[in-house]
Design a protein around this ligand. Structure first.
Ligand SMILES: Cc1cc2nc3c(=O)[nH]c(=O)nc-3n(C[C@H](O)[C@H](O)[C@H](O)COP(=O)(O)OP(=O)(O)OC[C@H]3O[C@@H](n4cnc5c(N)ncnc54)[C@H](O)[C@@H]3O)c2cc1C
Length: 278
């Protein structure tokens, strides 16, 4: 029911229906995430690829579809599954699709699209970590942040302390409103970057800002919301607890916050210049 009230969710559904017709399983009464993913998140391990040119078995859709699917994947109630899918579709294979030779694409990209091969990202080495810049982050956490807030509203509304819902304390509902506003701002930045990227613009600066903000906001949402769950927030059964732990990765992986700031500074031309050798 929540999905049908969500205009972004409807957008994803109609986009896929237009492209793929009735065979596609993102239907309101046969909803993929509720019927085929959520019940199995603890057991299910797998991958799927939906973007990329038809020559290699992809659908040839533009990057906005990747964003739409990432947002939809954020409705899965754990971080590991969408991250596993996102690493395959948006982190490990794009460089291969863009820069790989025909031979490499046939050997590795094609089976990655058909699901026969699982790609991984190998950027961690003894002497390299944050200095390996990766542009591209899974934005499923935007949806997930939204869901954490909705879960928290639901929980704090029914949780009564001193004969009053936790939610109705001004410091609680006002803070949730602030966080919701921040999420909407992040959405706007994401959609603007995507629209510019599809038109062929360099969006490195905007994407770095979005990644930086996503990391900061994940921490804020996780920390504030967990606080309002009280001791229940420590239980692994609740999404906020999983999110609090898992979302910390965003500020470290795929380019640490400090690296994003360096990129933004570079585009602002505020980085100190290298000393003149003469
Ligand atoms: C849950 C999880 C899953 C992961 N999965 C994968 C994976 O699938 N494949 C893979 O290859 N790697 C993976 N990684 C590793 C990840 O890519 C690295 O952790 C990340 O790139 C950061 O590198 P590092 O850990 O070596 O930190 P370092 O590079 O040692 O950086 C440590 C800290 O130093 C600071 N720092 C770094 N650069 C700067 C700077 N320029 N200015 C100021 N401060 C700076 C930052 O605070 C940073 O967090 C994963 C990590 C985690 C936690």
């Amino acid at each position: 029911a929540k999905h049908s009230e969500n205009p972004r969710g409807n957008l994803v559904q109609s986009a896929f229906h237009q492209t793929l017709g009735d065979e596609f399983t993102f239907q309101q009464d046969n909803n993929l995430k509720h019927k085929e993913i959520n019940p199995y998140v603890d057991q299910w391990v797998g991958v799927c690829v939906y973007v990329y040119c038809a020559e290699y078995g992809g659908l040839g859709l533009d990057f906005s579809y990747s964003i739409a699917v990432s947002e939809e994947l954020g409705n899965i109630r754990c971080g590991g599954i969408p991250m596993a899918i996102g690493v395959q579709t948006d982190m490990a294979t794009p460089a291969l699709a863009r820069f790989g030779s025909e031979e490499l694409k046939k050997e590795f990209l094609l089976p990655s699209i058909t699901g026969d091969k699982v790609a991984c990202l190998g950027v961690s080495e003894v002497g390299a970590g944050s200095d390996v810049a990766i542009c591209g982050e899974c934005f499923f956490t935007v949806t997930m942040r939204d869901n954490i807030i909705q879960d928290t509203i639901q929980y704090t509304r029914q949780r009564k302390i001193f004969k009053m819902s936790v939610l109705y304390h001004q410091s609680v509902h006002v803070r949730l409103a602030e966080l919701e506003t921040e999420i909407e701002l992040l959405h706007s930045l994401l959609y603007r970057s995507t629209a510019l990227y599809i038109k062929g613009n360099d969006v490195t600066k905007l994407a770095s800002m979005a990644k930086l903000k996503a990391g900061h906001l994940s921490r804020e949402v996780g920390d504030s919301c967990l606080q309002y769950w009280g001791g229940m927030g420590f239980s692994s059964d609740v999404l906020v607890s999983r999110f609090y732990r898992g979302a910390r990765l965003l500020s470290i992986g795929g380019g640490a916050d400090e690296v994003m700031l360096s990129i933004i500074c570079k585009y602002m031309d505020t980085l100190p210049k290298a000393p003149d050798k003469n």
